[in-house]
Design a protein around this ligand. Structure first.
Ligand SMILES: *Cc1c(COP(=O)(O)O)cnc(C)c1O
Length: 398
């Protein structure tokens, strides 16, 4: 019998727990320092100062200036804002946008929206590891290209894109460069100057901060439309009373991430590689997805042939393990993940995917338990699959 008291959260790409230090930093801004930071009296000044401290903490993490950071309601909002703003502000130059096939839906669906409004979007292919081709990118740039939007790291397979090289190409051709850094921000180093990044999206809840808060970084001098019309908040670009506790929480989370990043990268990737190693050695007919080294420290994505991702997840859940599948079944669709299809996996293999995203607290012992369970469940599911039986017979004959 499995130990039903075990609980292992391995879905940190979906969201993370709020760090207790972050929660402590937020607390005073609910019941005590609750003022609207836009008010005049001294009492409001405290909330206003807290917002500016958070802005500086976040700017510091990406080597930006505080004045280039705009608070939003999360990563999705930042992605929507930048695509729609560049489309509006730079329509005079052209209506062509370049992105990739493996972006988050906040980018893909914003791009589709723009296509309906007269814009042309090129969706770059990626290779088998999920990387874009720099030559492809450069060839795709046209005189009417106004934006390149390429994610820093993929949320499903963890592959890190060559940001510095992309930024150099964008700069050489005078095209603005946006990166959806929601998975990378606070997890791997990003320098908006060294990488020539003009716009960057990040989110609080992917870095042990609260949900419903994010930022858009916009380089000084680039044109930015107002996204929410109303009051004068966020330099008149994003109206609405500041979410002070959320902002303070994201700032604190950014500060902690900066302090812990180097150690966490080493520690977490060691646990990741240990688990990947065991899976590859001990479970037959599996495939690790994503780039082996240019990879988020906490991401494991693996396909098991002749296994349904959903069945695997449900059985893992019964063992106290929270994972995720590459496929979008949970959102009501039976289509396999657009990311796994883009790296060239056939439908039937893409359906058998499992994503495990670790935290800095995940230990080798935790992963031993997980791999043991996965091994057992995969074997059980395969034993019930007539296709797997046929496959084994074929293997024997060859
Ligand atoms: C989670 C995520 C988003 C959305 O961020 P929210 O703050 O949840 O809106 C966007 N892009 C990527 C790559 C993500 O992982």
């Amino acid at each position: 019998m499995g130990n039903t008291e075990k609980f292992l959260y391995l879905d940190n790409a979906a969201t993370t727990k709020v760090d207790p230090e972050v929660f402590d930093a937020m607390k005073p801004y609910f019941c005590e320092l609750f003022a609207n930071p836009s008010s005049i009296y001294t009492f409001a000044g405290k909330a206003g100062e807290a917002v500016e401290t958070a802005r500086a903490q976040i700017a510091g993490l990406i080597h930006a200036n505080s004045r280039e950071i705009y608070f939003t309601g999360g990563g999705s909002e930042s992605d929507n804002w930048v695509l729609k703003s560049v489309a509006e502000q730079y329509a005079g130059k052209g209506k062509h946008i370049i992105t990739t096939k493996i972006e988050h839906h906040a980018i893909l669906h914003s791009a589709e929206y723009l296509e309906k409004h007269g814009y042309e979007v090129t969706y770059l292919d990626v290779d088998k590891d999920g990387k874009i081709s720099l030559e492809d990118l450069e060839k795709t740039i046209r005189p009417d290209t106004i934006l390149i939007s390429i994610m820093s790291a993929n949320n499903e397979i963890g592959t890190i894109e060559p940001l510095k090289e992309i930024g150099a190409i964008a700069r050489k051709h005078g095209v603005l460069f946006h990166t959806d850094a929601v998975q990378a921000f606070g997890h791997i180093p990003i320098d908006v100057n060294e990488m020539n990044i003009d716009f960057l999206s990040a989110s609080g809840h992917k870095i042990n901060g609260p949900k419903g808060i994010g930022i858009l970084y916009a380089r000084k001098g680039v044109k930015l439309s107002s996204f929410i019309h109303g009051g004068a908040q966020e330099r008149k670009k994003r109206a609405g009373t500041h979410n002070v506790p959320g902002i303070v929480g994201m700032g604190k989370a950014a500060e902690l991430a900066a302090a812990r990043m180097q150690d966490d990268m080493v520690k977490v990737s060691a646990v990741r590689d240990y688990a990947i190693d065991r899976i590859e050695k001990e479970i037959p007919y599996c495939k690790i997805n994503g780039h082996r080294t240019d990879r988020l420290p906490n991401n494991i994505n693996v396909c098991f042939r002749y296994v349904e991702g959903e069945s695997l997840l449900i059985m893992l859940d019964s063992k106290g393990i929270c994972g995720s599948s590459g496929s979008a079944c949970t959102s009501g669709s039976l289509d396999p993940s657009h990311v796994l299809l883009a790296i060239g996996l056939p439908h039937e293999i893409a359906h058998g995917s499992l994503r495990l995203t670790l935290s800095s607290e995940t230990t080798k012992e935790d992963m031993d338990y997980v791999v043991d369970q996965v091994k057992e469940i995969v074997a059980r599911l395969r034993s019930m699959s007539p296709l797997y039986e046929d496959f084994l017979k074929e293997q024997k004959q060859n």
